[in-house]
Every structure is written in structure tokens, then in C-alpha cells.
Design a protein around this ligand. Structure first.
Ligand code: GDP
Length: 314
């Protein structure tokens, strides 16, 4: 289901008509790729609790309170005003008890709707909650959303209130849509990300596999920090040689994707930014590179994926 699907819009407006808590699950590794445009408007006066999942991917040294502040501020920038922000790892079963306490606090005996784009780990989270809440799977599957064909899971919270799962919404701007199987496994991190530091001078380029390219165009000698899957190969070259380097090595030294899949990701699109402060250059779904202030940088990605600049997360 896509963000513009009628079924999806019906689900959201149905939530807007009820009195409920909305739990918006996001992937902190792909934060902007997990935001649902217009969510605040659709859910009306209902409070939103933002849950940042995949916490296990971020360095342990990163202060969780700082990360929550960052999430709240980034959410505010796109018009989302969550009443609270939680961090969990659904896969590692981390902080889920805290999450249930927070949900109870803000739901105040109302129903709870869980919304999220695909791939944020919503099913993993729902399954963990089911295991936690219910000894046996006493689940009800009903058509909560009149006018749609969607059957969704409901988890009883008390005698007459439920946590209701909603269909995952497809967000087109995700690298995941351009990759398959083995290639996908090389960009979706499974373990804590080990940041990689590069000392760069103006006129140097980093390739992220053959999937993305980062140009450090001007700026003094400075460290940039790459946050991507630990197994994604990175290669440095001179910007002036980058095109021929790509032509010679794409699909071989530069992977993923493998040679036979290169066609799928072309053509590339280029995004250029001048940084005013230390910032993250985000390659949607692939990760980000923290760059210094007063630098001119460019990011190249397959058309449709998108590169953005944001206030630094870490
Ligand atoms: P959904 O589309 O939102 O329902 O997402 P899934 O539950 O199917 O999960 C999408 C991917 O994210 C899967 O590869 C999961 O293994 C992974 N995933 C889910 N939760 C976590 C988590 O807490 N940490 C990490 N590292 N990966 C997770």
C-alpha cells in the first residue's frame, strides 16, 4: 500500500474520527524515510507517541536522551508534534516494558493504533508485544476499517480496549526498493554500526559500494564519519577521477550491486549542499555521512532515492 492509496487514507481518516492514541513506529537508521507526511493532520486531535525502533544499531555511547531530543526536533520540523518519544529495539526485545508503560500512560484507557511505513520493524514489534501481553495467541482479526479489505491484528489491552495494527505503508524513497536479496543484506545493518572516519581534503570522493557517491568538494582537511552497514565496502578516489573509477570498477570492486544488477539503479541523481554547521548528509535507507561546517558536498544516488542534509544526529 502506498502513501497515496485510498485504503491507506481511509485507515488514517478512520483513526482521526476515533478517540485513540497513535503509536508511530519509525526506523532510527532511516528516520526521514520513515516519516509519514501529513500524519498529524490525519489523526486530528489524537496524540502521537513516536517510537524509534532499531536502537541496537546506534553506538552505545550515544546518549539516549540526546537522541530522543533530536528525534522530537526533527519530527517538529515536518509538523509532527509527538506527546512523547520512545526508543526500542524490537528485535533485541529491548525497552519494550518501558514502551508498554508509556503507551498505558498516554492511551488513558483508549484504543491504540500502531502506524508505520514498511520496513521500520512494525511487525517485529507487534509480535514481541503479543508475546509479552498474551500467554497464548488470543488474537482477534477483524475488519476495523470499513470500506477497505484490510484485516488487521488487534491485541487486547484491557476488557474493551485494543492495540490495533495497521497496514505498513510503502515509502517510495527507500533504497530497499532498488535492491534484492544479497545486495539488500549489504545495506540493511543487522549489528551496531561501527562508524568509519576518513580524513578528506577538498576534491576527494567516497563510493558507498556502487550505490552512492559522496564528493567532498571544498573545505579544509577534515574528518568525515560514515555510518552505514559495516559490510558495505567504501572506496576513496579523487573527484576528478570518480567517473572513470566508477566505469572501471562498478559491479566488481564497487559492490553492491553486482554487475548484472547495475542497470536497475541507473541513472544517478546528484544533490549538492553547502553546510553551515556540522551536518549529516543522508542517503535514504543507506545511512549518512557526518560532514564539517563550511564545506561544499555532493551526494549521488539512484534516481528517486534522495539525499538530504540534516542537523547531525550523533
Ligand atoms: P515492517 O515492514 O515494519 O513490519 O518490518 P519488519 O518487522 O518486517 O522488519 C523489517 C526489517 O527490520 C527486518 O529485516 C527485521 O529483522 C528488521 N528489524 C526489526 N526490528 C529491528 C530492530 O529492533 N533492530 C534491528 N537491527 N533490525 C530490526
Amino acid at each position: 500500500m502506498s502513501l497515496t492509496d485510498d485504503d491507506f487514507l481511509r485507515v488514517l481518516s478512520k483513526i482521526g474520527e476515533t478517540d485513540a492514541l497513535v503509536v508511530n513506529v519509525v526506523d532510527i537508521f532511516d528516520f526521514s524515510g520513515s516519516l509519514i507526511p501529513g500524519l498529524q493532520r490525519f489523526v486530528g486531535d489524537n496524540p502521537i507517541l513516536m517510537v524509534g525502533n532499531k536502537e541496537d544499531l546506534l553506538p552505545k555511547s550515544l546518549k539516549r536522551s540526546k537522541l530522543k531530543d533530536w528525534m522530537r526536533q526533527e519530527a517538529n520540523k515536518v509538523g509532527l508534534r509527538p506527546v512523547a518519544v520512545s526508543l526500542v529495539s524490537a528485535k533485541k526485545n529491548h525497552a519494550l516494558a518501558d514502551l508498554m508503560t508509556t503507551i498505558e500512560k498516554y492511551s488513558k484507557g483508549r484504543d491504540v493504533y500502531v502506524v508505520g511505513v514498511t520496513n521500520v520493524g512494525k511487525s517485529t514489534l507487534i509480535n514481541q508485544i503479543i508475546k509479552k501481553q498474551l500467554g497464548v495467541a488470543e488474537l482477534i482479526t477483524t475488519s476495523r476499517f470499513p470500506g477497505t479489505t484490510l484485516d488487521k491484528i488487534e491485541i487486547p489491552l484491557d476488557d474493551d480496549h485494543f492495540m490495533i495494527d495497521t497496514p505498513g505503508i510503502i515509502h517510495a524513497q527507500q533504497m530497499a526498493h532498488y535492491l534484492t536479496g544479497k545486495d539488500l543484506a549489504l545495506v540493511a545493518p543487522q549489528k551496531e554500526i561501527k562508524p568509519k572516519v576518513y580524513q578528506l581534503t577538498g576534491g576527494q570522493t567516497l563510493f558507498l559500494g556502487a550505490l552512492a557517491r559522496f564528493d567532498y568538494l571544498t573545505g579544509g582537511k577534515s574528518g568525515v564519519v560514515v555510518y552505514t552497514d559495516n559490510n558495505l565496502p567504501l572506496h576513496r578516489t579523487k573527484t576528478e577521477n570518480a567517473v572513470s573509477f566508477y566505469e572501471r570498477h562498478a559491479g566488481e570492486l564497487l559492490q553492491p550491486p553486482a554487475k548484472e544488477n547495475l542497470e536497475q539503479i541507473l541513472p544517478w541523481e546528484r544533490f549538492e549542499f553547502k553546510t553551515e554547521q556540522k551536518s549529516d548528509l543522508v542517503f535514504a535507507g543507506l545511512g549518512w555521512i557526518t560532514v564539517p561546517a563550511d564545506a561544499v558536498v555532493a551526494g549521488w544516488v539512484p534516481q528517486g532515492v534522495g539525499v538530504t542534509l540534516r542537523r547531525t544526529m550523533i
